[in-house]
Ligand binder design. Structure first.
Ligand SMILES: Nc1nc2c(c(=O)[nH]1)N(C=O)[C@@H](CNc1ccc(C(=O)N[C@@H](CCC(=O)O)C(=O)O)cc1)CN2
Ligand SMILES: Nc1ncnc2c1ncn2[C@@H]1O[C@H](COP(=O)(O)OP(=O)(O)OP(=O)(O)O)[C@@H](O)[C@H]1O
Length: 192
């Protein structure tokens, strides 16, 4: 892996973890307000979300804001499948945690990633063109690989991040799947 990516990942992970609980709450609320203005979000019925970790923006209260929509959390791939699964989550407590200590609704029904209308994608860094740097396992890139073959297909990918995670230009690799939109506590970036 490219050293630039490794260093950037370390620096921005530390910066988002350093935000106070108060800042975190403000950013979460502001991002939810902006998400509510995105037309694709208004239309979406089945939405991939994530359980926040490591200082990521917390948008779980979308479940209360949009009680008519269905939300799904990612579950780690199991051999031999290389893709993230998505399982229905109604907001109930989740006792099971995966190997990264992230809760998963293991007993809930699954929905194929390609059948979600929209996926809120966690990230470590992004740039205004929609390039994304994640945790470094390539899970989201592999899961939405087909979007590269058929542009415009598959769920809308909406990155969710603190404004401090925006960098001028991110180095990309040929497997990176670009984001359609990025939402921060300050603004909406329309990338595609
Ligand atoms: N909230 C959230 N959920 C998510 C992701 C994410 O980025 N954010 N993922 C996006 O892909 C997947 C999990 N991906 C991950 C990839 C690497 C590490 C990681 O490197 N964790 C440790 C070191 C490894 C370990 O403890 O064994 C670390 O913090 O350095 C964590 C999660 C699915 N769920
Ligand atoms: N479509 C793919 N097919 C095969 N390997 C892939 C694919 N996408 C990513 N990878 C592999 O995954 C590894 C991690 O990729 P990268 O650093 O871009 O992950 P990331 O987007 O930061 O992580 P994540 O999506 O898990 O948050 C790379 O070394 C690459 O080899």
């Amino acid at each position: 892996m490219n050293e630039d990516k490794t260093q950037l990942r370390r620096r921005l992970r530390a910066e988002r973890r350093a935000l106070s609980a108060y800042q975190q709450r403000l950013h979460g609320r502001a991002a939810i307000t902006l998400l509510g203005r995105i037309p694709q979000m208004k239309r979406a019925g089945h939405i991939g979300i994530y359980w926040p970790m490591d200082g990521e923006l917390d948008v779980r209260s979308l479940l209360r804001r949009f009680p008519e929509k269905q939300f799904y959390l990612p579950v780690l791939p199991e051999e031999p499948h290389p893709h993230l699964g998505f399982k229905y989550w109604n907001g109930a407590p989740l006792p099971f945690r995966n190997r990264f200590h992230i809760p998963e609704p293991v007993r809930s029904p699954s929905r194929a990633a390609g059948l979600l209308d929209l996926v809120l994608v966690p990230l470590v860094a992004f740039d205004p063109t929609g390039a994304r740097l994640g945790m470094g396992a390539g899970f989201y890139d592999r899961t939405f690989e087909h979007k590269q073959l058929l542009p415009g297909s598959g769920p809308q990918l909406i990155g969710v991040a603190h404004q401090l995670q925006c960098v001028q230009h991110l180095p990309t690799d040929n497997w990176d799947i670009p984001l359609d939109t990025v939402v921060t506590e300050q603004r909406i970036y329309r990338c595609r």
